[in-house]
Design a protein around this ligand. Structure first.
Ligand code: GLA
Length: 388
C-alpha cells in the first residue's frame, strides 16, 4: 500500500474540513484466471492488491454530502435527498448512496476525501475500489451492520444501476473479501469462496499496463453479457442444462451450434472452456505446478482474443512477446479487456531482462510507454489506524 497516498488524502481532508476522519483502504484486484465467467456461473481466482483507493470520511451532522477527489482535483456537494445519476467517478460513489437508500438505510450527511495509487481504466478495478471503500466506511460510521458479502453485492448493484455496467461479482468481492498472500477461489454461482495460499517462490506477478483504453469497453462488456444470456436460453431449451456449469464437455455444444449465431456459439464455447480451465488451474495452483498453471493462462488469452473477442492489438502483442520469453510461465489480458493490463507470471531471475525487452518492443511498435506494476496481495477493505 502507499502510505504517501494515504497521507495525502488525510492531509487534504484536514485542509478542507475541521474534523478528524476515519481512514479506510479499498484495494484494486488482480485475477489469475477465470475471465468473463463471473456472470456466467463460473469460478474466478482474484486477489486484492496494494494498489487502491484511500478514503477519509466523517459524518457531519447535517444533510450535506461533500466529496473531494484528490486525483481528479474535483468536488461534488449534494443534499442527502439529492442522490441521482451523474457521470464519471461521481456515478460510482452516488451509486453506492443510492443502494443504501434503496435499502431504507438513512444516509446521513458526511464529508469525504478520497484518492489513491490505482490506475484508472487499466483492468485493475478502480471502480470496485471506489465503490467498496465508500460502502465499507459508511457501513461502519452509520452502524448499518451489513456484512462484507452483503457490501460486495450492494456495490455490484450500484455499478449496474448508476454507471450501468452489468458487471459480475468478482471485482467487488475481491476488493472487500481479499486476504493477504491468498487468492480467492470464488464460486460465482453459489457466491462462496475458498482462500488458496499464493506461494510463488522464485516468481513474481507483474502487470504490464498497455495504457490503451478503448471507449467501447463498457458497451461491448454489456453486449457480451447479453450474447451469453442468449446462448444460455437456447442451451436451456435444447440441452436440458440450467447453467454453463452443467455443460461438462465443450463438444456437447456442437448439438446446438446451428441453433445460434456463430458469434453466440463462440462466446458459449469460450465460457464452457474457461470454466473447466479455471477448475484445472485451481488444482495446479494447490499442487504448486506453476508451469501447468501458466500454460492455462496463455490458453485463456487465446480464448479471450479469438472466441470472446475482448482483446486488442496492443494486448495481443504483449502476450505474444511474453509467450516467446523463456522466463515467463504464463501471461494473458486481465479484467474486462479492450485495453488495460496483462498479467504475467515471471521468473524472478529473468524479470529485468524480460521487462526491458518487452517495454522497448512495445514502444517500437505502438509508440506508447507501457507501465509495469509489481503487485503484492493484501487484505481486503479495512480501516487504517495510526496514519499520522
Ligand atoms: C470486469 C467486471 C468483472 C468481470 C471482468 C471480466 O472487471 O467488473 O465482473 O466480469 O470484467 O472477467
Amino acid at each position: 500500500m502507499s502510505l504517501a497516498a494515504a497521507f495525502k488524502v488525510k492531509k487534504a481532508f484536514g485542509g478542507k474540513f475541521l474534523q478528524k476522519p476515519r481512514l479506510y483502504y479499498s484495494p484494486g484486484r488482480i485475477n489469475l484466471i477465470g475471465e468473463h465467467i463471473d456472470y456466467n456461473d463460473g469460478f474466478v481466482m482474484p486477489a486484492a492488491i496494494d494498489k487502491g483507493i484511500y478514503y477519509a470520511i466523517a459524518l457531519n451532522d447535517s444533510d450535506d454530502i461533500n466529496f473531494y477527489s484528490t486525483n481528479f482535483d474535483e468536488t461534488l456537494s449534494i443534499k442527502t435527498s439529492g442522490v441521482e445519476r451523474m457521470d464519471g467517478w461521481k456515478n460510482y460513489v452516488l451509486g453506492v448512496l443510492n443502494e443504501f437508500q434503496l435499502l431504507h438505510f438513512p444516509v446521513n450527511g458526511f464529508n469525504c476525501v478520497f484518492g489513491g495509487n490505482i490506475p484508472i481504466g487499466a483492468g485493475i478495478s478502480s471502480s470496485a475500489a471506489l465503490e467498496g471503500g465508500l460502502a465499507y466506511g459508511l457501513n461502519e460510521l452509520n452502524n448499518y451492520q451489513l456484512n462484507r458479502k452483503e457490501l460486495a453485492l450492494l456495490c455490484q448493484r450500484a455499478e449496474h444501476n448508476f454507471p450501468r455496467v452489468m458487471c459480475g461479482i468478482m471485482d467487488q468481492y475481491a476488493s472487500i473479501m481479499g486476504k493477504k498472500d491468498h487468492v480467492i477461489l470464488l464460486d460465482c454461482r453459489s457466491i462462496t469462496h475458498e482462500y488458496v495460499p499464493l506461494h510463488l517462490p522464485g516468481y513474481k506477478i507483474v502487470l504490464i499496463n498497455s495504457r490503451v483504453h478503448h471507449s467501447l469497453a463498457s458497451s461491448e462488456y454489456n453486449r457480451r453479457r447479453n450474447e451469453c444470456e442468449e446462448g444460455m436460453m437456447i442451451m436451456r431449451e435444447e440441452m436440458n442444462v440450467q447453467s454453463f456449469r452443467d455443460v461438462t464437455k465443450a463438444e456437447d455444444l456442437l448439438t446446438v451450434k446451428d441453433k445460434m449465431s456463430y458469434e453466440v456459439y463462440e462466446r458459449c464455447l469460450y465460457v464452457v472452456e474457461e470454466i473447466k480451465r479455471t477448475k484445472d488451474a485451481a488444482n495446479f495452483l494447490k499442487e504448486n505446478n506453476l508451469n501447468a498453471f501458466g500454460k492455462l493462462m496463455f490458453k485463456t488469452h487465446e480464448g479471450l482474443s479469438n472466441l470472446y473477442q475482448v482483446s486488442c492489438r496492443e494486448l495481443d502483442f504483449l502476450v505474444d512477446k511474453a509467450a516467446k520469453n523463456k522466463n515467463v510461465v504464463g501471461a494473458r489480458l486481465m479484467g474486462g479487456g479492450f485495453g488495460g493490463c496483462t498479467i504475467n507470471v515471471v521468473q524472478e531471475g529473468g524479470k529485468a531482462e524480460f521487462l526491458s525487452k518487452i517495454l522497448a518492443d512495445y514502444k517500437d511498435e505502438f509508440n506508447i510507454d507501457a507501465e509495469v506494476y509489481e503487485v503484492t496481495v493484501v487484505d481486503g477493505t479495512h480501516e487504517m489506524i495510526d496514519v499520522d
